[in-house]
Design a protein around this ligand. Sequence first.
Ligand SMILES: Nc1ncnc2c1ncn2[C@@H]1O[C@H](COP(=O)(O)OS(=O)(=O)O)[C@@H](OP(=O)(O)O)[C@H]1O
Ligand SMILES: Nc1ncnc2c1ncn2[C@@H]1O[C@H](COP(=O)(O)OP(=O)(O)O)[C@@H](O)[C@H]1O
Length: 199
Amino acid sequence: MNENIVWHSAIIDKQTRAQQKGHKPLVLWYTGLSGSGKSTIANAVEARLVELGAHTYLLDGDNIRHGLNRGLSFSDEDRVENIRRIGEVSKLFVDAGLIVSTAFISPFRADRALAKSLLQPGEFVEVYVDTPLEVCEKRDPKGLYEKARRGEIANFTGISSAYEAPEMPEIHLQTASQSIEQSVDQVIDYLVTQGVLKA
Ligand SMILES: Nc1ncnc2c1ncn2[C@@H]1O[C@H](COP(=O)(O)OS(=O)(=O)O)[C@@H](OP(=O)(O)O)[C@H]1O
Ligand SMILES: Nc1ncnc2c1ncn2[C@@H]1O[C@H](COP(=O)(O)OP(=O)(O)O)[C@@H](O)[C@H]1O
């Protein structure tokens, strides 16, 4: 880091912005295999949050890889960098007072821990979208599992690249046995219980 770059404190801080918005800022960090339901659930939760008057922003893996993280591959090294940047961007959006949702596979525990370490206690809510590989593969919404099985995609998560499941997620969604609506309710209930939102 350049020693001539000095951190500048702002007059308007996170607390002030949170007060203005009427809810606590935090990140809902969805993690799970491709096709587990991260985007679907994160979008549905965000829609519910907006109905409840919350100020939100959604960072979605596929979209971010078209812009900010264009050029990063699916090697372990590039996934680490992908998630490091998303952690930093999430921190900025939390600082802006928003309820941020991130929908990335984020397969490695150490990288999720790094993202968590950038935030204050309670601001990083790990949402494990726990869907067995067989179910994801059956859904195969983008046809990627079929391609990966044919050997047309290298380093595919769950097949030829590792996924390290969360050990103590704040929210555990089991989409093989619960509907999208039930998952949305579970996330919203958690936020109400934690005093992030008013019921
Ligand atoms: N090799 C390989 N492995 C896994 N996923 C692949 C791969 N190649 C492309 N895709 C598509 O990219 C999406 C995952 O991107 P992420 O940025 O979330 O991945 S990661 O967090 O860096 O591991 C993932 O999107 P989701 O299905 O929404 O998870 C896939 O559509
Ligand atoms: N109970 C469920 N919860 C979440 N998604 C489900 C469920 N049942 C079926 N699906 C479908 O599974 C697919 C999940 O895809 P997506 O949300 O893109 O996952 P991801 O972002 O994790 O890759 C969607 O087509 C969704 O409609």
